[in-house]
Structure formats: C-alpha cells, structure tokens
Design a protein around this ligand. Structure first.
Ligand code: R1P
Ligand code: URA
Length: 300
C-alpha cells in the first residue's frame, strides 16, 4: 500500500521537499532555516550529517544526536509547507515517526508572557471562510472558521514538557502547558492583524476566538495541521504511527496586558539553543517503535 502511494504520487528520487530517503524516524521541525543552522551544531560530528536544501524552500539535516539518528527540517511557513513535509516524510520513512515542532508564536494571555515557552496540549485552526466574501450567501457566512481542538500526542507532549521544565525553565523564562493553541492559515488577516488596505473583516476576530475558546492562549501557523495529520495517519496501512508535539517561544503579545510587547533579540539568542537542545533530548528519549536507520552510506 505504502509503495503504491509513493510510486503513484511522489517523485521517484526523493520528494518535492527533496528529503530523499535520508530522513530519520525522529524529526525536529522548525520554520526558519536560520534557526536550523544555529542548532545543527548540536549534532554529533561523526558520521558527518547529511544536508540538503531544496528548490521548494526545505532544508533537511540528518545526523546523530548522542548517537541516535535524528533529522532537523526547516519547512518555512504555513499549512501547505507542513502538509508537503509530513506526507512526503511519511512516504519515505519506514516505521513510526516522532515529530516535534519548535516555533514561535503570539500570545493571547498575560499568563503566557513574551519570552516564555508554551507546550500546548491541543491546537485548533482558524481558517479564512472565502464564502463570507464571495458567492450568493456571503452575508450569512462568518469571515473565519474555528475548528475543534486537535490533541498533541499525550506521551510526547508530556516528555517534551518535562524536558523543557528541567532544561529551560527559570525565573525569567516560564514553561507553560496551555490547554489550547490556535494555528491560523495566514499571519495577518486570520490572526487579527488590522490591514486597512484589505476588507479582512477581522476587527473582532481575536475577541470572538477567545470568547468561544477561553483556553486559547497562543497563535502561530503550523502546529494544528501537524497534530491533524498525525492524528489521521493510518497505522494499519503503513503499518506505523506518527506522534507529534510542539513548543513555541512567545515572540509577541497580542492581547491583554502584554499587547504590543515583542521579544528582545538577546532573549531569543539565549533561549533558542536551550530549547533546541531540549527538543533533541526529548526526541531521543522517546521510545520509537519500528525504528529504521535512514538510507545513505554514512548510515549503513
Ligand atoms: C510567522 O512569522 C512564522 O513564525 C512562526 C509562524 O508559525 C510562522 O511560520 O513559526 P516559526 O517560528 O517556526 O517560523
Ligand atoms: N508567529 C505567528 O504566526 N504569529 C505571531 O504572532 C508570532 C509568531
């Protein structure tokens, strides 16, 4: 079944994302390739990590961390990029996949201040409802749609949370486990940023979101789709599972007391390597069933 899917739908020599088959069962994904380049130095020097940047904007580094095969992949921004990444990695990796996303977010509550870390238990989506602007029933349609909550893998979430609490938490950096995070399909309109050049109809979006989802604490763009794909992956067909969890550094205050706050670059420089290392520690500590070393000479 898996071969059929790969052969029919995916390029023969690796994927659109150009990860080829050199992807480990344990994956850390970030958005920004610069973030990936800053923490790929944590990988073991030997065997020399495999590295590939694709024309489609993915950067993949596969190496070992404390002897365990791990892949780091920078995917850029947005739902489409997560979707290519997860589906194409699933198509080429045998066995279970454990994926941790390490990203940044905006905060909707003063209990998750700028400079803290959120490790959400669940994530929902905020999607542009095009029917609000187009078609016969436009007047009746709301501009944005809120999905139900989609859980992270509870075990991987707990393991990531406790690793971050031990390694990163300090008086100046709290590690929280918000019940709910939201991933929007855009950075501006569907995250409630006002742009007078467009009729986004989003002036009340953040208030509506929080009124309907009082637990929703933060906003970014990819995590909910990652949790969604992990939860609908078909263990019986592959046969294997995808387990996913995420942590976000809070970059911006979007609501309440912290509105307008933005993280200091020095705080990012201090936090990012600690969080990156904690993600690596959590992923290698996780028990991956049916683990296969990635293909390629250094892995033989
Ligand atoms: C927006 O600036 C980007 O930052 C966040 C959002 O999800 C979006 O991709 O993620 P990264 O910090 O992973 O880039
Ligand atoms: N990433 C987002 O998508 N939104 C924010 O507010 C901050 C980071």
């Amino acid at each position: 079944m898996k071969d059929k899917i790969s052969n029919a739908n995916f390029p023969k020599d690796g994927c659109t994302t150009s990860q080829s088959k050199r992807v480990a069962n344990r994956v850390i994904t970030v958005g920004d390739p610069a973030r990936l380049h800053r923490f790929k130095r944590f990988l073991d020097a030997e065997p020399k990590p495999f590295e590939l940047s694709s024309a489609r904007g993915y950067t993949t580094v596969t190496g070992r961390y404390r002897g365990v095969p791990v892949t780091l992949i920078a995917i850029g921004m947005g739902v489409a990029m997560v979707d290519f990444f997860v589906r194409e990695v699933r198509a080429v990796v045998e066995g279970d996949l454990a994926i941790i996303r390490f990203g940044s977010c905006g905060s909707l509550t003063s209990s998750l201040p700028v400079g803290s870390i959120g490790v959400p238990e669940q994530a929902m989506t905020i999607s542009t409802n095009y029917a609000h602007w187009h078609g016969d029933a436009a007047a009746q349609e709301p501009p944005y749609l809120f999905s139900p909550a989609i859980p992270a893998d509870p075990g991987l979430h707990d393991s990531l949370l406790s690793t971050l609490e031990n390694a990163v938490a300090s008086p100046s950096c709290k590690v929280h486990a918000p019940k709910l995070h939201a991933s929007a399909d855009c950075f501006y309109s569907s995250q409630g940023r006002i742009d007078r050049n467009f009729a986004d109809d989003n002036d009340t979006l953040i208030d509506d979101l929080v009124a309907k989802n009082p637990d929703c604490s933060s906003l970014e763009m990819e995590t909910a789709h990652l949790f969604h794909l992990a939860s609908i992956s078909r263990p019986s067909a592959t046969p294997s599972r995808i387990r996913a969890a995420a942590c976000h550094m809070v970059f911006a205050g979007r609501r309440g007391d912290g509105t307008g706050d933005f993280i200091d670059p020095d705080v990012v420089a201090d936090l990012e390597p600690k969080v990156g290392r904690a993600c690596l520690d959590a992923i290698i500590g996780w028990n991956v069933e049916r683990e296969h070393p990635p293909a390629g000479t250094v892995w033989a």
